[in-house]
Design a protein around this ligand. Structure first.
Ligand SMILES: [Mg+2]
Length: 174
């Protein structure tokens, strides 16, 4: 088995310069995608929020109506992810352990779609993008929503920026 270099594994197929809802509505058709797996914290909601903003709800609605969509989160709080998934009426997995492929593989098996036709959308290089690329998913990096000063979103933003710095050292152009 040939293992791709870290640079390749950390390179998203698409980098969105803004939050999830700024991704063009036709991206599924444009990239020939049939399903989507979404990260939750700092992708759909800020790490301190339980309720997605109106723009995110409006963005998710047509996607959910036309394609299978799953939420896959590393968050250990089953209750938090279940609440958000309930609001969005989407199937979900928490405690996914990305960049491990285990949970994503199980979700992919349920979706019954070729990996290359499934988008993995998230805010983190070393979890969402790395896990997605390891499985051959179509990886999309989005920016987190505005951080609340001193909150979890701000703390994870520091970690996220460190990951981007490390990835750039590894030769990833971001
Ligand atoms: Mg996240």
């Amino acid at each position: 088995m040939v293992i791709p270099p870290l640079r390749e594994l950390l390179t998203p197929r698409v980098v969105v310069p803004g939050p999830l809802c700024s991704l063009e509505a036709e991206f599924m058709e444009r990239y020939g995608l049939q399903g989507a797996i979404l990260d939750v914290d700092n992708t759909i909601v800020g790490a301190d929020d339980l309720q997605p903003c109106a723009e995110t709800l409006a963005w998710l609605s047509p996607l959910r109506n036309r394609h299978p969509v799953w939420l896959v989160s590393n968050n250990f709080s089953e209750r938090r992810i279940a609440t958000i998934a309930g609001t969005l009426q989407l199937p979900y997995r928490s405690q996914a352990g990305k960049p491990s492929r285990r949970t994503l593989r199980e979700v992919l098996a349920t979706m019954a779609l070729p990996p290359a036709t499934v988008a993995m959308i998230g805010d983190r290089l070393f979890t969402d993008i790395l896990a997605g690329n390891r499985l051959g998913l179509f990886t999309i990096l989005v920016q987190p929503p505005a951080a609340i000063a001193g909150g979890w979103s701000e703390r994870s933003r520091v970690l996220r920026n460190w990951e981007i710095w490390v990835a750039r050292q590894a030769g990833v152009s971001l």
